[in-house]
Design a protein. Structure first.
Length: 267
């Protein structure tokens, strides 16, 4: 695993400053079709939407309008309409609780059993969501700011998780990767063979995820890394390069274009 944080794109090259990507040699679950699934209607979902939206100028990116609907409504609709999903807990910032509850009612998202306030860190928000979810043998965690998740990705996730108890969406790194110091000076070119960029959804046996949250208290970037640290075997399944996370205003324009293309393809 390579741990670094910020990406800078320069004509086919990615310079890495402290971001998290994976180097794996394990077999990756096949994408979206012809998979035997061991999770049948017993999947709870925690959707995390409690971020501070600092790169969005403090505007709640999850409620931003996209093609006339709040961005989060696209995310919620996919999970709400999945036969695999039995219940959803939506974790949001405290000041937006009422807005999200109205949204759930407006769009008839009947599988959302609770909208609750998140914590100081992402992992705190997930833990609070887990506490309210309860009762399902399996749990998926998904970023509310990834509205281009689709039903096939959920199917792939539950298929992969049924093999190992834990699975996460990811995509192979396509760009050239540069490791750099804090001054932006390149230290080396990283071999991208076996490197994958982490996404959500991430699917876990509920007891394994709960135990990981109980034992790991220092800062982590996602739930899969917590499960790794308690000895869990996390299987990758193919995500999508369209499955981007909205973190900046320009991402909204890209999401809108991708949603228009998706709607055109299905009409």
């Amino acid at each position: 695993m390579v741990r670094q944080t910020r990406w800078t794109h320069t004509t086919g090259t990615v310079v890495l400053y402290l971001h998290r990507i994976f180097r794996v040699t394990a077999t990756v679950a096949k994408s979206h079709d012809d998979q035997s699934v061991g999770i049948d209607g017993d999947l709870g979902v925690v959707i995390v939407a409690a971020g501070a939206s600092r790169r969005m100028g403090g505007v709640d990116k999850i409620l931003s309008p996209v093609l006339g609907r709040p961005l989060i409504s696209y995310t919620l609709r996919v999970f709400n309409d999945s036969d695999r999903v039995s219940s959803i807990v939506l974790v949001v910032s405290g000041q937006s609780l009422d807005a999200y509850r109205r949204l759930v009612d407006k769009y008839d998202l009947h599988k959302v059993q609770e909208v609750c306030e998140g914590g100081a860190r992402r992992q705190d928000s997930v833990r609070l969501g887990l506490q309210r979810l309860g009762g399902t043998a399996w749990t998926a965690v998904h970023d509310g700011a990834r509205p281009l998740v689709d039903a096939g990705m959920i199917e792939s996730g539950v298929a992969a998780a049924s093999e190992t108890g834990a699975a996460m969406a990811a995509v192979p790194i396509k760009d050239t990767i540069k490791a750099a110091d804090t001054d932006g000076i390149v230290l080396k070119t990283v071999d991208r063979e076996g490197l994958w960029a982490a996404q959500t959804p991430q699917v876990f046996r509920s007891d394994l995820l709960t135990e990981a949250h109980r034992r790991i208290t220092d800062d982590v970037t996602d739930d899969a890394s917590m499960v790794e640290r308690v000895g869990g075997k996390v299987k990758l399944f193919m995500g999508s390069y369209d499955n981007l996370k909205v973190t900046a205003p320009e991402d909204l324009r890209l999401v809108e274009a991708l949603l228009k293309a998706r709607e055109a393809a299905t009409s």
